[in-house]
Design a protein around this ligand. Structure first.
Ligand code: FAD
Ligand code: 2HG
Ligand code: ZN
Length: 501
């Protein structure tokens, strides 16, 4: 498959990897033979079969890697990396390939893909501790189903749960819909086994809730997008699955009303809240038009989604009813619905969760995942919409309002450089000027790596580079992702104040 209307972008990417400061070996038939022996023939070299691994979920990157390796043990991962390190062969770790920042696909035809999909075994679940131990290639939804038998669940939930892997989730420090309830993976991951670039196996597997013996090495692998090591095993806290859920959806006429409804949800529903999400009117239009999902309540500029989860149905419902009375009484919401059964709940939730899928159907996506103070979060959407008028099909926003995490997406039928230049670096500059983050939960990947200075000071970036050099001296792991070793490739933010008006 060729690039969909983005020959120009692909050319830019290819040129970029050729200009990289480190040089990698051109893959030979002899390398393929040796690596194939390590994985006992579990490889992919056929061009058609390689396509899925070379193309990212949004179909924006289409690399030409010639080899996918599928090891089924940590030992084999270690042997692969040891050989690749010695031969200077670049390796891209890949989980479910659902990442949204071009982190899990190669940028150059000589990079090989290390797929974790065969390392998909649950090792054990210890009910008294509520700790699950598994291999990194387990699909998130499969883990959730496994835990359900014990009355437990995974502490994160993403729209991509049917294909993303827990190793990919940990490597991107994925947030998702229930971070509000269970917190970040940084707190939920108790142990990690990872393999360094030279093949060294780092065993930080532990089921301990508390362990303050020195630096917490496993944290370095969380969110480092496969640039410091390949995660092979994980010990994860698995909370008790809540017995009862309520899902409700409301229309709000102004952003201020939405924020007040949010604030009341936090204070009135307190411990039973499990998700507080929003989509705007244009996002609703996109799911209506491209997924044929109809809005079940009257249309408005904003839609607010609340999920509660608890152990006492009556108590939870009473709290929700009191909340409804208050927000209707204060006219913060103008219409709404509470799902009476699980199929209606799934329908309502689909309006929010399937936004990503709807966007892909429009054509080309310019995707931004930002942390911003709530009071100015929607101002950025309005400014961007104004700038993109006449150039884009839609400027939509949705996101994890309870976490101040905005997903800002500009859609068009095809890629144009003019539209890209209209949005970037504007969005990053605006975000930096408000003290926000240019990547709230998706990571930096290839897309955002050069913008790291918009969210991190130079001293921190330098420590990141030192860590990268220490963990992966030959730079073979996921080159040109997350933090660029060549500083001259990074873009600097403008002086503070440019967008403070
Ligand atoms: P991949 O895409 O394969 O890889 C992602 C990165 O991790 C790459 O840099 C890769 O090299 C690295 N990697 C993968 N496995 C390993 C490993 N074992 N060891 C070392 N490095 C590894 N993200 C959110 O945060 N919140 C959401 O709500 C959310 N919703 C989504 C909904 C949809 C429909 C989609 C398509 C994506 C969504 N995402 C969301 C993006 C999210 O980052 C990924 O879905 C997920 O965390 C990536 O897992 P994966 O197994 O697909 O990893
Ligand atoms: C979500 O919250 C995902 O649905 C995807 O993080 C976000 O589409 C996006 O930009
Ligand atoms: Zn998200």
């Amino acid at each position: 498959m060729a690039f969909r209307g983005i020959t120009k972008l692909f050319v830019t990417q290819t040129r970029f990897s050729q200009l990289s400061t480190l040089s990698y070996k051109r893959l030979t038939d002899n390398d393929v033979e040796i690596l194939s022996k390590i994985v006992e023939g579990s490889i992919i070299t056929n061009t058609d079969d390689l396509e899925t691994y070379n193309t990212d979920w949004m179909r924006r990157c289409n690399a030409k890697s010639k080899l996918v390796l599928k090891p089924n043990s940590t030992q084999k991962v270690s042997q692969i990396l040891s050989y690749c390190n010695q031969e200077r062969i670049a390796v891209v770790p890949q989980g479910g390939n659902t990442g949204l920042v071009g982190g899990g696909v190669p940028m150059d035809s000589n990079e090989i893909i290390l797929s974790l999909s065969k390392m998909n075994k649950v090792i054990e679940f210890e009910p008294s501790l509520g700790v699950l131990t598994c291999e990194a290639g387990c699909v998130l939804e499969n883990l959730d189903r496994y835990l359900e038998k014990f009355g437990h669940c995974v502490p994160l939930d993403l729209g991509a749960k049917g294909s993303c892997q827990i190793g990919g989730n940990v490597s991107t420090n994925a947030g998702g819909l229930r971070l509000l309830r269970y917190g970040s993976l940084r707190g939920n991951v108790l142990g990690i086994e990872a393999v360094l670039a030279d093949g060294t196996i780092i065993d930080c597997m532990s089921s301990l809730r508390k362990d303050n013996t020195g630096y917490d090495i496993k944290q370095l692998f969380i969110g480092s997008e496969g640039t410091l090591g390949v995660i092979t095993k994980i010990a994860l806290l698995a909370p008790i699955k809540p017995a009862y859920k309520n899902v409700a959806m409301f229309s709000c006429h102004t952003y201020e009303d939405l924020l007040q409804a949010l604030s009341l949800a936090k204070s009135r529903l307190g411990e039973i809240v499990s998700a507080l999400e929003f989509i705007d009117y244009e996002a609703m239009l996109v799911v209506n038009q491209h997924l044929d999902l109809k809005c079940p309540i009257s249309l408005a500029p904003f839609f607010f989604f609340i999920e509660t989860s608890g152990s006492n149905q009556e108590h939870d419902r009473q709290k929700l009813d009191e909340y409804l009375e208050e927000v209707y009484g204060k006219a913060l919401v103008t219409d709404g619905t509470v799902a009476e059964d699980s199929s209606k709940a799934a329908y309502i939730w689909g309006l929010r969760e399937r936004q990503v899928e709807a966007g892909v159907r429009v054509g080309w996506i310019y995707k931004y995942d930002l942390s911003l103070p709530l009071n100015c979060l929607y101002e950025l959407v309005q400014e961007t919409r104004k700038r993109c008028k006449g150039l884009a099909s839609y400027t939509v926003s949705y996101g994890h309002l309870g976490d101040s995490n905005l997903h800002l997406n500009v859609y068009n039928t095809h890629y144009t450089q003019e539209l890209k230049d209209t949005i970037e670096p504007f969005v990053f500059e605006w975000t930096a000027s408000r003290g926000g983050s240019i990547s709230a939960e998706h990571g930096m990947g290839f897309d955002k790596a050069k913008y790291i200075y918009f969210s991190k000071q130079k001293e921190s970036v330098e420590i990141m580079r030192q860590l990268k050099r220490r963990f992966d001296p030959n730079g073979i792991l996921n080159p040109n992702k997350t933090v660029l070793l060549d500083d001259s490739k990074c873009i600097r933010p403008p002086p503070i104040g440019k967008y403070n008006h």
